[in-house]
Design a protein around this ligand. Structure first.
Ligand SMILES: Cc1cc2nc3c(=O)[nH]c(=O)nc-3n(C[C@H](O)[C@H](O)[C@H](O)COP(=O)(O)O)c2cc1C
Length: 190
């Protein structure tokens, strides 16, 4: 009887061990091998929505850029546009993340006057040279995001692995959104 019990407990242990190993292997497949950070600014929530979705799909860390300017209402809108056109960096709180500790940093910005937002400009000016690799995502009203990629690449001193812009329409259309975000993720994983 004792031998039977020992035999069954050994079989059980082997089954558990194998199940554990298989689960570990499955985890490895979905967990990115690289350490990724999503860093973004968002005034009205669109870029934040994409940033959170990317972080969740990639198992990445994320940090929002916090600026100290009041940007609500008409004057907030005008100040933001003026800063973007004049390439003036916003006043932002110090970032908590150590960018150099990440293999890839995804940088997200709303499009302001065809270019990047002033809080993202401030973050990049303060941290240029500390990125190993970058990819860029933007959200816009639907215009051509003209200078966004170029400005970020110049300020970060890196060529982006991938770039995607989500227009207001893309954000409302599940199919368009899914195809764009999946393509972007496949490009950054290459
Ligand atoms: C100051 C300002 C300038 C903008 N300029 C543009 C623009 O040139 N082209 C465009 O398509 N959308 C423009 N937009 C719209 C935003 O890019 C769009 O609503 C974006 O999704 C907002 O992102 P957020 O919700 O993360 O702040 C502008 C918005 C603001 C506030």
């Amino acid at each position: 009887m004792n031998r039977m019990l020992r035999f069954f407990s050994m079989v059980l242990m082997t089954v558990f061990l194998l199940a554990g190993l298989l689960a570990n292997e499955a985890d490895k497949k979905v967990t990115p091998t690289n350490k990724i950070l999503v860093v973004y600014y968002s005034r009205t929530g669109n870029t934040e929505r994409v940033a959170k979705d990317l972080a969740s799909r990639l198992g990445a860390d994320s940090e929002k850029i916090i600026d100290t300017n009041k940007r609500t209402g008409f004057f907030g809108f005008m100040t933001s546009g003026k800063e973007s056109v004049q390439k003036t960096p916003a006043h932002i709180r110090p970032m908590k993340s150590d960018f150099s500790a990440y293999d890839l940093v995804l940088i997200g910005t709303p499009v302001w006057a065809g270019d990047i937002s002033s809080p993202v400009r401030a973050m990049l000016m303060e941290h240029k040279g500390s990125f190993k690799d970058i990819a860029v995502f933007a959200t816009s009203g639907g215009d051509d995001p003209k200078n966004v990629l170029k400005t970020i690449e110049e300020l970060a001193q890196r060529t982006a692995k991938a770039f995607v812009d989500f227009s207001r329409k893309d954000l409302q259309d599940k199919t368009a959104y899914e195809s764009k975000i999946k393509l972007f993720i496949s490009q950054i994983r290459e």
